[in-house]
Design a protein around this ligand. Structure first.
Ligand code: FMN
Length: 206
């Protein structure tokens, strides 16, 4: 049976201003390679961190070109809509949108706090709030070290509300050789949580 008519899976991705832009890029590429539709929102500091950590070629206006040149043409299997973080009328600001899941990668402590307290001050926070209220999968990938008590409590609040807290903590038992290996590990964890099969890191054989 042809799968050409199978609906694309829609996943919301938010990129905020924590270190770890490479995790966001690898996650986006892996989802696009699998033919997903991505609803993408990037905070102002998320945009800055893309440039600071990956260079001007990874700036938002060049994003698709960057993903294709780094990860290959299969990235074009998917589609992507990019929203302004100020656009609280965007599709993903509503519970009637069809995203099965959302990942905030990387998630700053500021955005974590906003999500934990249901502030909905911008589209990142509102879209995450929608996932929680609709009881859909919200994966939060926080990055900070060390962490204050308020930051730890904000993670607990999000977990209690139903989010999956997946700290940006790649493992080393798969013997990473490069930064890309570390990014593959985090992207693989995110894909597994979203229910995708992948070979982004070697399966643990015990
Ligand atoms: C180079 C740089 C690195 C940063 N890294 C982190 C980080 O790892 N974690 C974090 O919580 N905030 C980090 N910040 C601070 C956030 O970017 C800042 O709190 C910002 O207001 C977050 O806003 P946003 O959540 O809307 O993106 C960093 C800022 C800069 C400029």
């Amino acid at each position: 049976m042809s799968t050409d008519t199978a609906p694309r899976r829609s996943i919301a991705v938010a990129i905020t201003g924590a270190s770890g832009a490479i995790y966001a890029m690898r996650t986006l590429a892996a989802l696009l390679e699998r033919g997903c539709h991505i609803e993408l929102v990037v905070s102002d500091y998320g945009r800055r961190l893309l440039r600071d950590e990956l260079g001007d070629e990874a700036s938002m206006d060049k994003l698709t070109g960057y993903l294709v040149s780094k990860y290959g043409a299969a990235v074009r299997n998917g589609t992507m809509t990019v929203y302004s973080n100020k656009d609280l009328g965007a599709k993903i600001a509503s519970g009637s949108q069809g995203c099965q899941g959302m990942v905030v990668v990387p998630c700053s402590m500021k955005s974590l706090a906003g999500i934990a307290h249901g502030l909905s001050r911008n589209l990142v926070e509102r879209a995450a709030d929608v996932m929680l209220k609709e009881r859909r999968l919200l994966i939060i990938v926080p990055r900070e070290t060390p962490m204050s008590l308020p930051q730890l409590k904000n993670m607990v609040l999000c977990a209690e509300a139903g989010a999956m807290i997946m700290p940006a903590m790649p493992a080393f038992y798969q013997m990473p050789q490069t930064l890309d290996d570390l990014a593959d590990f985090m992207a693989g964890k995110i894909l597994s949580a979203l229910g995708f099969e992948h070979q982004l890191y070697p399966a643990w054989k015990g």
